[in-house]
Design a binder for this molecule. Sequence first.
Ligand SMILES: Cc1cc2nc3c(=O)[nH]c(=O)nc-3n(C[C@H](O)[C@H](O)[C@H](O)COP(=O)(O)OP(=O)(O)OC[C@H]3O[C@@H](n4cnc5c(N)ncnc54)[C@H](O)[C@@H]3O)c2cc1C
Length: 434
Amino acid sequence: MTHPLFTPDMKVDHPYWWEGAPRPDLPVPDLPKTVDVVIVGSGYTGLSAAITLLNEGRDVVIFDAEHAGWGCSTRNGGQIGTKLRRGLTDLASSYGRAKAIGLIRETVHARDFIAGMIEEEGLDCDFEVAGRFTGAHKAADYETLAKDIEPYNKELGIECHMVPRAEQHSEIGSDTYHGGQVMPHNATLDPGKFQSEMLRVVLAKGGKIAIHSPVIKIERDGDGFEVTSTAGRVRARDVIVATNGYTGPMFPEFRRRVVPVGSYVIATEPLPKETMTRLFPKKRATSDTRHVVHYFRASPDNTRVVWGGRVAAKETDCRSSAPKLHAAMCHIFPDLKDVRISHSWMGFVAFSFDHMPHIGVRDGMHYAMGYSGSGAAMAPYLGHKTALRVLGKESDARTAFDDVPFQTRPFYSGSPWFLGGAVLWYQFLDRVGR
Ligand SMILES: Cc1cc2nc3c(=O)[nH]c(=O)nc-3n(C[C@H](O)[C@H](O)[C@H](O)COP(=O)(O)OP(=O)(O)OC[C@H]3O[C@@H](n4cnc5c(N)ncnc54)[C@H](O)[C@@H]3O)c2cc1C
């Protein structure tokens, strides 16, 4: 039965981004017997690593268990931020202020890295430096947001500013927030096109990709690895694991370090230009300070609202999540109550236990993952850094994340039994304004 909020042709489990960047049907290539590097996963981490390796003359085979870009990389909100999940005060209490600023600086490097890659490789992906507005969900959050931008203005030399509630209509067509923070150098892009364009470059540079070919076994063999996928076996000197929120039992040591958390998104039917201009006067990427965050933006062509968040304690289906996301959207934008939904989808964000991205080498395999919902720029950046480490360029490969331990928890092996309770608790805190 259809729902009054759904367009008659609404697409379920189908990201809006796949309209502009349809998932390619790639024939499985002839696999070489040996290769320099096997990459597991064809999202931003894997493809960015591949581009860096191919630029340095290495040969690369990428395996993906599903379509190319099946994971988060073609499902995300396309918001290019320069924040980690944790703000300055929180980071400084764990690592000290100097290290905290070093960690935040990496987010700026990540944003600049992808802007450079888009320019140099000619990636056609609607990259737009539209800035970001973060709304204060409760009055006290305004001060925290103001404190969090201090290092950008002082130490990082990047202009950021606060907008009080009385003036927030210059940023967002809503009265709900208690003012907010503006980071003008943040950006948006079309995440599907970004992944497709990176893939185009990888193929043009001679990289090989086998889709629908899960890696099912990796054995150490002398100074390399014997990698078995359902498409065949390849011997590789190095392996890069780029599976993030889709890390399965094949990689138990990584799986017990990332928590897959479903994040849900809808796109609306096209809206009049005047409505879009009123809601998003500067076309900012937007999110807020809720524990269970709302993130939303205008589509690149400025016709639709793309709205994301977490709507239920347990994972749910995208037909049920859509009306709940719609209700959240109407809480911020009440006049969208009759606007219908054209697409509903979800993807698995990989949270790490400390909510930090992680990069390194484990069991001889290189990895970068655990972006905790902020990987649209960080994943390509750390994919590139991982490739530099594979190339032996140790000083160029260095990041502030290198010495941050990639933790797990006792009795956790990859199935987050605690997630439902945690979501309910954080939703409660958001409701009571704590
Ligand atoms: C709904 C949603 C919204 C988001 N919004 C934002 C945002 O606005 N801004 C932001 O910065 N970040 C956002 N993120 C996070 C961001 O999308 C991710 O951090 C980033 O895309 C991770 O890229 P990746 O290449 O590491 O992993 P992915 O793109 O998830 O790719 C992993 C791949 O590994 C493959 N794989 C897994 N196991 C195997 C195996 N055994 N063999 C072969 N292949 C395998 C999977 O099929 C998958 O294609 C969002 C995420 C989601 C889900």
